[in-house]
Design a protein around this ligand. Structure first.
Ligand SMILES: N[C@@H](CCC(=O)N[C@@H](CS)C(=O)NCC(=O)O)C(=O)O
Length: 227
């Protein structure tokens, strides 16, 4: 049962990545993130994205992945993750701490929360969360590439949404990540669109599919895209 270790992983990082804090200006051009779920440094960035209520186009780059890793290396010069592309500020950034600072500087109202600024403690707890997930979302599996990115409504601390993100990552499926943490101002739009506020919620414009329930979504992703 995936939910127990995934809940422990969330608990280890609580309260980082659950609730939206004070937010500042919004990006005009969509942010892009090359990352992989199991990477503890990438987790810090995803937590910041949730707490800042930011949407991002994720280009999953797990170990052994061939779909986005070459693109990331060409952009930034080396295969290191996370890598953030922010065209609003002409920025291509490595280093999770630099990325978090950039996000709070441009899209927040002050410095990042303490949970993201504790240096080795932040890294240790994020690594522990990855350890608990035992490599899920770390390595690529053969898959078919969708023509258009999928769309996922999620927040970093959700144990159910994590399982879906892990599978999207392993299958190297690009997706628009709509972060809808607790108290997110984006929740009313989800309610309007999907009829209720529950995450994960997936839309696949390639097959006109919309669905809730992590187990059903995982099954759908595997049957549609795994090869
Ligand atoms: N100091 C960097 C460390 C980043 C890092 O070591 N990332 C690992 C993944 S967790 C990586 O890119 N490894 C190379 C690879 O995955 O091929 C940061 O905070 O962003």
């Amino acid at each position: 049962m995936f939910i127990v270790p995934s809940t422990i992983a969330s608990a280890v990082r609580f309260p980082s990545g659950f609730r939206v804090g004070a937010i500042g200006p919004r990006p005009v051009v969509q942010l892009e993130l090359y990352d992989f779920e199991a990477c503890p440094f990438c987790r810090k960035v995803r937590e910041a994205l949730t707490m800042l209520d930011l949407e991002v186009l994720v280009k999953p780059s797990p170990h052994g992945g061939a779909r986005f890793r070459p693109e990331a290396s060409a952009l930034g010069g080396k295969p290191q993750f996370p890598l953030l592309v922010d065209k609003n500020h002409d920025a291509v950034l490595y280093e999770s701490d630099a990325i978090v600072a950039h996000l709070y500087n441009h899209y927040g109202t002050g410095p990042a929360p303490l949970g993201l600024r504790l240096g080795p403690v932040t890294t240790a707890t994020s690594s522990l969360a990855s350890l608990v997930r035992a490599g899920n979302g770390g390595s690529a599996r053969p898959s078919k590439a969708p023509a258009k990115p999928l769309e996922l409504w999620s927040f970093e601390g959700s144990p159910y949404a994590r399982r879906v993100r892990e599978v999207l990552c392993e299958l190297e499926l690009s997706y628009v990540l709509h972060n809808v943490g607790r108290e997110s101002p984006s929740r009313p739009a989800l309610l309007e669109r999907a009829g209720k506020v529950q995450v994960p919620y997936l839309e696949d414009p390639n097959t006109q599919t919309q669905m809730f329930e992590s187990r059903d979504i995982v099954r759908y992703l595997r049957s549609t895209y795994a090869s």
